[in-house]
Design a protein around this ligand. Structure first.
Ligand code: F6R
Length: 259
């Protein structure tokens, strides 16, 4: 089962995950990071700003989880722009080493295969940061996604388009399709770190961690992974049946073990 760490707030989660990433980069200068967009990972990227300052990050590589199909890459809400703004520029990463799936319609037929090939050529993802949607999606693997799926085009659910409308002028501007790493692709990363904050995520988190393995809740795929860490605040943990056990386990964890 995933290790669940219940923290006080998003800032504490950001600090915890940033420490793990810095240790990874110290061990391996060309570490491959799996980058999520959306609001959830922002405290991690924020904490990394000061932690990585002065370190050599020129070799660090990264792969984003997903991108909207048909969006102009220069649109401020394309995931290419978001990753550039929130991750590449503030952390001083080399933009040539940071990849985002190509959502251009002209090449979309083979964009998924190309992306999986690029991840494989990089030797796979060392640490994959994940958020979770209120409907249980990870990446943009909406309910019904195969656990064996590869990077491909998906249709966003109405719920996800409503959730993401806050980033656009109106829901009509939220693209209908996306290209996302598949659940099978995500499960190949060596360490999964799923973060979630707020009561709105509590049900999805409980289903992902403690519910049955089901395509209805794609986040439950993390139960198949040998090294998955779930970092949540109290509100997002509020529907976990074994919350006390997770607290007890983490409080008694040897300090050398990391997450
Ligand atoms: C983003 C992604 C999505 C988000 C999820 C939660 O790259 O893959 O799975 O992590 O939609 O979004 P937020 O964090 O905005 O609540």
């Amino acid at each position: 089962m995933a290790e669940v760490v219940i923290v006080e707030n998003a800032e504490a989660a950001g600090a915890l995950v940033a420490t793990e990433i810095v240790e990874l980069i110290d061990r391996r200068q060309d570490a491959v990071l799996g980058l999520a967009t959306g609001s959830t990972p922002l405290p991690v990227y924020q904490a990394l700003r000061s932690r990585l300052a002065g370190r050599d990050v020129s070799q660090v590589r990264g792969f984003a989880l997903d991108e909207y199909v048909g969006i102009d890459p220069s649109h401020p809400e394309s995931y290419r722009s978001v990753i550039t703004r929130e991750v590449v520029e503030p952390l001083g990463l080399d933009p040539k080493r940071i990849h985002v799936p190509n959502g251009a319609e002209a090449t979309i037929q083979h964009a998924g295969e190309d992306y999986d090939a690029a991840i494989a050529a990089a030797g796979g993802v060392d640490l994959q940061i994940l958020g979770i949607g209120t409907d249980g999606h990870i990446g943009f693997n909406e309910p019904g996604s195969s656990f064996a799926s590869r990077t491909r085009v998906k249709t966003l659910t109405e719920q996800t388009r409503e959730d993401n409308a806050r980033f656009f002028d109106s829901i009509d501007d939220v693209p209908m399709h996306c290209i996302t790493q598949g659940l099978g692709t995500i499960l190949e990363a060596r360490h999964l770190v799923l973060l979630a904050f707020g009561e709105g995520k509590a049900e999805a988190v409980a289903g992902a961690v403690e519910g049955p393995l089901t395509a209805l809740l794609p986040g439950s795929a993390i139960q198949l992974h040998p090294h998955a860490t779930v970092v949540v605040d109290e509100a997002a943990a509020s529907k976990l049946q074994l919350a006390d056990y997770y607290r007890y386990t983490f409080a008694n964890k040897p300090s050398w073990q990391g997450i």
